[in-house]
Design a protein around this ligand. Sequence first.
Ligand SMILES: [Mg+2]
Length: 263
Amino acid sequence: MIKAIFFDLDDTLLWDQKSVKEAFAATCRLAEMRYGLSADQLEEAVRDAARNLYSSYETFAFTQMIGINPFEGLWGDFLDDTEEFKKMKEIVPNYRKDAWTSGLAAMGIDDLEFGMELAERFPQERRNHPFVYDETFKILDGLKGNYQLLLLTNGSPDLQNTKLSITPELVPYFDHIVISGDFGRGKPDPSIFEHALSRMSLKKDEVIMVGDNLMTDILGANRAGIKTVWINRHDKQRNEVIPTFEIKHLEDLYPILEKLNRN
Ligand SMILES: [Mg+2]
């Protein structure tokens, strides 16, 4: 009997990838207007520079363990209380500036001041472009009251709470919110799933995990012995991680829940 549903946040309920894409487009458009370069090419150059820089910092292993990607580093403030987050807070101003000036440099533009301007613009644009999937509130309305709902998200508590404050309609649906940066380990570590279970006083066969990421949501829940639903909206290839169920739309959850609860 399934009593609770664990939902991932980014790219399961919130359309983070689109928000980031739109923020890049708006920011890179400024460079297109100023220098006549291709906004798309600048975006690629900045993404590359960001990935390289991000992996060079001493905080990289921590960001991987908690689950914070390079593009979150381009707009998060990381006003969290632990030592590692304090290091990130110190690193990110230079990280942003360097990512954007390196991206410009890759396009043949040497303009430190403009790079700094774009670095400051991107976080504003990310905040201005929150996207939620059309089906998100429909499915949550349908489940609320019939199931307990828990949000299980990887990331900095400060940044994940910022995302939730930009889309305030989401929070009231959830009985519990678990953020990896608060707990200390991120998905796919099974301990965060066990922590989530204990918050609800439920057993592993009474919950199901819904998420878009095979290597975190599905792998972690598998390790914890929790049934999984992989939301695969963009026909991604499966790897060696095998979800219990695979769906294309969140509404496809209803027949799965019905089937599980009939037995
Ligand atoms: Mg996700």
